[in-house]
Design a protein around this ligand. Structure first.
Ligand code: THU
Length: 128
């Protein structure tokens, strides 16, 4: 069983692979699915700025590509800021793949883990 501390360590590892020459803002994320698997992602930017992909959506997309759709938790880390919560677009994407018991969103503040939930971060998220 992966602990949230281990999940955050994987997000930190992923942040080292960030490709962010334009913003100089590195982000790593790691998804934990109900099946117990983990999937890392980092942000990667493009000279055509609007094509930048966030770490969270990269990690979620990798989980989906592996047939794992129930997100129990996602850890997010940036060496640039504390409490790196997901942007609005990523909140909606995480919301789509919420586990039955909800999804925890783990960040770090001054070296301590903080557990948010996707329902707190995106009240009234859109679903069909
Ligand atoms: N970014 C993420 O990867 N996740 C977030 O939650 C916020 C922003 C990325 C996008 C872009 O590459 C850089 O950080 C600056 O916005």
């Amino acid at each position: 069983m992966t602990t949230y501390e281990e999940l955050m360590n994987m997000a930190k590892e992923a942040s080292k692979n960030a490709y962010s020459p334009y913003s100089k803002f590195s982000v790593g994320a790691c998804v934990l699915t109900e099946s117990g698997n983990t999937y890392k992602g980092c942000n990667f930017e493009n000279a055509s700025y609007g094509l930048c992909i966030c770490a969270e959506r990269n990690a979620v997309g990798t989980a989906i590509a592996n047939g794992d759709r129930e997100i129990k938790a996602i850890a997010i880390y940036s060496p640039n800021v504390d409490d790196c919560t997901p942007c609005g677009a990523c909140r909606q994407v995480i919301y789509e793949f919420k586990a039955a018991d909800g999804t925890d969103v783990i960040t770090e503040v001054m070296g301590e883990l903080v557990v948010h939930t996707i329902d707190e971060l995106l009240p009234g998220g859109f679903s069909l």
